[in-house]
Design a protein around this ligand. Sequence first.
Ligand code: ZN
Length: 270
Amino acid sequence: MKRIGLIFLALLLLFCAGCSTKAPVAAKPEAVKTAPAKQEQKQVVQKTTTELTLMKDTPYATPAYVYKASVEGPAVMVVGGVHGNEPAGSLAAQKFCDVDLLKGTLIVIPKANITALAAEVRTLPETGDLNRSYPGKKAGTPAEEITYEIVQLMQQYKVAMVLDLHEGYAFNTEEPKSVGETILPGKDDISTILAIDAMEHVNKQITDPKKKFSVLANPIAGSTAYYANTVLKVPAFTIETSSRQPLEDRVKYSFTIASFLVASQGVIAQ
Ligand SMILES: [Zn+2]
């Protein structure tokens, strides 16, 4: 009996090791057997464009594009440029300004932290870190005010999914402390399943095992995706390429993953 008890304890410890932060997600959750239904609407439709300005009349003024298809459907938000030294996320988000829509609404904020992007730094000291500032404040630090305005848009359009595009400094497969080449889904099963599907999709393009994407557990508190997932209760993702890859590849992989996820909502074609 003692031996069985020890085995049980060992299994329990092994299980709990998987609960630590940034643990790799090994398999799709069993609780949800089916992925979200594929879209039926396949035809490109007319879209209207509304260009808004966040942080209007401040040095942080930055565009937010709202593309509305002529066919009703869910709203998906794509954010880039939260960290100014991660240009691939901003450029990949910008590519969504040129995609055809099948239905719904696509909201694109490609340069969330525009002064940091111009200075090519993570953020300026006076701004604060946007990705630790959600849900933000109407009157606070610049980071809190920017994130507050992004949250207003999420709520106004009742977003069904949120994507935030970033870069890590290394390859997570080699240096687990770096989130480079990973997807961090929200805590719900749908986010996890879609992240694994997106990872498998992008990894078909990558031959070097160390450069392949992984899915990590536990989104970062205070981040865009964390807020959308835990407060708005919608699937949300932080997508991290590795700055050790050429910029062209980082943009390509970021856009490939993000497109796959936006397409899962039927807003664009797969
Ligand atoms: Zn980042």
